[in-house]
Design a protein around this ligand. Structure first.
Ligand code: ASP
Length: 312
């Protein structure tokens, strides 16, 4: 057992064996899911609470499915139906959840660091399902599994992460994971959407798609996160697409067998053109969703065993 932590709060700080363990286990869950078999004894009698303070489609449903496939009792709490709207603080919510003796707590919050705070206050294992602009660890794991299964490896590749890196927790988690495993990571976007000091994370920085995509094995597009923008950082959607949107012409700068990824939800015609998003052989976007369920099963499985782990 290589993963010895109680929680999964970030990719930053995980070791290659820890990441490798989660990916290998997830790979076995892909096969199990495809065979139609289930593993309903593993989490029988355990309670998983999905606590989502921000919208989600793929992440929430895939955690729910993953928990149910492993036999857990799954409860979905969304902010609109909970007391949070009545002014209950995050810590009061934590105390309430603790009293319910939940075993696994999946949290999404618009504030970076909220899952870390909860992890210090509840007895459950906490899984970060996306916190502000900080991290989205299960997304990076599912992206890595998708790449590994298609390319046969997850090291020595050139990965271009393009677009709104500034607001993207997906970018941050992917940068940590991909550099930890020995890939070359590039970030590509307008200066207004690349955070200052991003090169310190071990990535190369490009300000145009042509040079950023040249020689890339993977082109990972990011959603333009309008909801996190407090000022006008980009021109019109049309202008943005012209310079930064992935279409067949820009994809041609990358390697001939380069694969296309996007974490969803996609703004078609803004950061990605439908012709490449739906490309029958080069788009991995649907496969990313399938891998999401397997990765979340592996994470729930690993954290629920908790043998010999170090509490954080
Ligand atoms: N679904 C991803 C996230 O929650 C990506 C996005 O929203 O653009 O971060």
């Amino acid at each position: 057992m290589f993963y010895r932590q109680k929680h999964l709060l970030a990719i930053e700080g995980l070791t290659p064996p820890e990441i490798g363990h989660l990916l290998e286990l997830a790979d076995s869950y892909v096969l199990l899911n495809r065979s139609g078999k289930t593993q309903r004894d593993l989490l029988r009698g355990r309670t998983l609470i999905n606590l989502f303070f921000e919208d989600s489609t793929r992440t929430r449903t895939s955690f729910e499915l993953a928990g149910k496939r492993l036999g857990a009792d799954v409860i979905n709490m969304s902010v609109s139906t909970s007391s949070v709207n009545k002014g209950e603080t995050l810590l009061d919510t934590a105390a309430t959840l603790n009293a319910m003796q939940c075993d696994l707590l999946v949290v999404r919050h618009d504030q970076s660091g909220a899952p870390n705070l909860l992890a210090r206050k509840v007895d459950a294992s906490v899984i970060n399902a996306g916190d502000g602009t900080h991290e989205h660890p299960t997304q990076a794991l599912l992206d890595a599994l998708t790449i590994k299964r298609r390319k046969g490896r997850i090291e020595g590749l050139t990965v271009a992460i393009c677009g709104d890196v500034l607001h993207s927790r997906v970018a941050r988690s992917n940068i940590h994971l991909l550099t930890t495993l020995g890939n070359r990571v590039r970030v590509v976007g307008p200066p207004t959407l690349l955070p200052a000091g991003i090169a310190d994370l071990g990535v190369s920085v490009f300000h145009d798609m042509k040079s950023g995509l040249e020689g890339a094995d993977i082109v990972m597009m990011l959603r333009l996160q309008k909801e996190r923008m407090t000022r006008g950082l980009v021109p019109s959607a049309r202008e943005y697409f012209r310079f930064w949107g992935l279409d067949a012409a820009k994809l041609a700068y990358a390697n001939d067998d380069a694969l296309i990824m996007h974490p969803g939800p996609m703004n078609r015609g803004v950061e990605i053109d439908s012709a490449v998003a739906d490309h029958p052989t080069r788009s991995l976007i649907k496969e990313q969703v399938e891998m999401g369920v397997a990765v979340r099963m592996a994470v729930l499985d690993t954290l629920s065993r908790g043998d010999g782990r170090n509490d954080v």
